[in-house]
Design a protein around this ligand. Structure first.
Ligand code: TMP
Length: 211
């Protein structure tokens, strides 16, 4: 049987990598084979493209070029890592996926969601996440957490406050449009409480018993 595809989304400092790791541990403890991965990146070629995207001047790429780089990285990652894992029956837990392109390049940079959906159809096709966990946090709180984590920050962390506010609105708009696929969790709560909500949703929606 094909595996399940779970993605985590949210703005900067939302705690995605922590919750990806904790959910992957819980799934493994339940006997599920898990591949933990991330975007941009997750395959050798996509990790190289990631370097082009997260370093350098804020205005290094125009919005469309940036979207195309994210989709180039995504296609490599999907064809070489995600799809083969799902076909082999493993579950894939991914730190960011295409909803980030809708939020960052579509809403943040103003390309709009429709263009991103067209690029998705061309480069990814029918594959879609079974469940997307959106970790929601006020933009200023997320940026504070992200700054505390690493001095200087990535290109995206250096984009202005209004950009980060549009991201949050973008993610919430995605959740409203795709309620069967998306779960929004308030990540200003303690880590344990957030993880409990995530495990409950994964258990119920994807029919697995988690410890
Ligand atoms: P990370 O810090 O979560 O690893 O992601 C790197 C940055 O890339 C993050 O600031 C969000 C950004 N990003 C986009 O702008 N568009 C995308 O499609 C993805 C996957 C990430």
């Amino acid at each position: 049987m094909a595996g399940r595809f779970i993605t985590f989304e949210g703005g900067e400092g939302a705690g995605k990598s922590t919750h990806v790791r904790l959910l992957a541990e819980a799934l493994r403890a339940a006997g599920v084979g898990v591949v933990e991965t991330r975007e941009p990146g997750g395959s050798p070629g996509a990790e190289q493209i990631r370097e082009l995207l997260i370093h350098g001047e804020v205005a290094r790429w125009d919005a469309m070029t940036e979207a195309l780089l994210h989709f180039a990285a995504r296609r490599d990652h999907v064809t070489r890592v995600v799809q083969p894992a799902l076909t082999a029956g493993d579950w894939v837990v991914c730190d960011r996926f295409a909803d980030s392109t809708v939020a960052y390049q579509g809403f943040g940079h103003g390309l709009g969601p429709e263009v991103i959906e067209q690029l998705y159809d061309i480069t990814v096709g029918a594959l879609a996440p079974d469940l997307t966990v959106i970790l929601d946090l006020p933009a200023d709180e997320g940026l504070r957490r992200a700054e505390a984590r690493k001095a200087g920050g990535t290109r995206y962390e250096r984009m202005d406050q209004a950009f980060h506010q549009r991201l949050r609105e973008g993610f919430l708009a995605i959740a409203e449009r795709y309620p069967e696929r998306c779960l929004v969790v308030d990540t200003s709560q303690p880590i344990d409480a957030v993880q409990r909500s995530i495990k409950e949703a994964v258990g119920n929606r994807l029919s697995v018993e988690l410890p």
